[in-house]
Write a protein that binds this ligand. Structure first.
Ligand SMILES: Nc1ncnc2c1ncn2[C@@H]1O[C@H](COP(=O)(O)OP(=O)(O)OP(=O)(O)O)[C@@H](O)[C@H]1O
Length: 257
């Protein structure tokens, strides 16, 4: 699905009753089957924007259109940093939670649940409970749950930032493999520039105070069958380009603490 984010702004009132403009004049489109990354320094409004697009927060200005829904609620799959799996449900029961809400048949529920459990590499863990899973496995279950409803848009807010570095790298690789199969329109928030370059079709770089679009970088690299050497060279150039855009704001964010 194509999603149009038009002139979105958000103003909060802080604890001292002052207005804080978190986002201003945010305009971009997530094309059908496009993987869009939002990057920017701490406090630039990444999560606020993702929450607005996901309908979890209202905007102060502007609109988000989901094309072709004809006024119906879009189907959204959401994955957060801390996956809130139901502790009393098994992996399978967690994964099919959103499908149960849709009232599909038991047979279809069983089939679809298994497809997504297999896709995220949790085959054999269907009957495990969340407390029996590692952080990476919980995240896989959360991704399977978001995918199982076959969403119009997949929203991911720092999904791997609580994982150790090696698990994170592996999860990024797996996500790209999964994404190549599903080709869902995706909006993904991260602090991590390498992660952004690795996953994105386009990277939207936000500046802070107020959060505005500083630049949009198209990552012109294949998503399948990457030549390792070529990828290393190109990705480094993209990462440097993005870092130069963020650097000043990141230094300011560091000073403010
Ligand atoms: N509920 C709120 N009330 C007041 N100000 C808020 C609220 N939520 C966010 N803000 C402010 O809006 C700005 C953007 O916050 P947001 O959490 O979206 O940024 P972020 O880029 O996701 O940050 P981080 O990378 O640190 O998670 C910040 O200045 C933040 O302090």
């Amino acid at each position: 699905m194509r999603i149009v984010i038009e002139n979105v702004g958000k103003t909060f009132i802080d604890s001292k009753k002052r207005e804080v403009t978190a986002l201003k004049n945010i305009d971009f489109i997530i094309e059908e089957q496009e993987f869009v990354l939002l990057v920017g320094p701490s406090g630039c409004g990444k999560s606020t924007l993702l929450n607005i697009v996901g309908g979890l927060m209202s905007s102060s200005e502007g609109t988000v259109y989901f094309e072709g829904t004809q006024g119906k609620e879009p189907n959204l799959g959401i994955v957060f940093q801390e996956i809130a799996l139901f502790p009393w449900r098994t992996v399978f029961e967690n994964v099919v939670y959103g499908l149960e809400e849709k009232g599909i048949s038991k047979k279809e529920l069983q089939e679809k649940g298994q497809i997504y459990i297999d896709m995220v590499g949790l085959t054999g863990f269907e009957d495990a409970y969340p407390k029996q899973l590692s952080g990476g496995m919980k995240q896989r279950a959360g991704i399977a749950r978001a995918l199982s409803i076959e969403p119009d848009l997949l929203l991911m807010d720092e999904p791997f930032s609580a994982l150790d570095a090696q698990t994170r790298t592996l999860m990024q690789e797996e996500l790209l493999t999964i994404w190549n199969r599903t080709r869902l329109s995706t909006l993904y928030v991260t602090h991590n520039i390498q992660e952004a370059v690795y996953l994105a079709d386009r990277v939207i770089v936000l500046s802070r105070h107020p959060g505005q679009i500083k630049d949009i970088i198209r990552i012109d690299m294949p998503k399948v069958g990457r030549d390792k050497e070529q990828y290393r060279n190109q990705s480094e150039q993209y990462a440097n380009q993005i870092w130069e855009l963020i650097r000043h704001d990141a230094e300011e964010a560091l000073k403010e603490g």
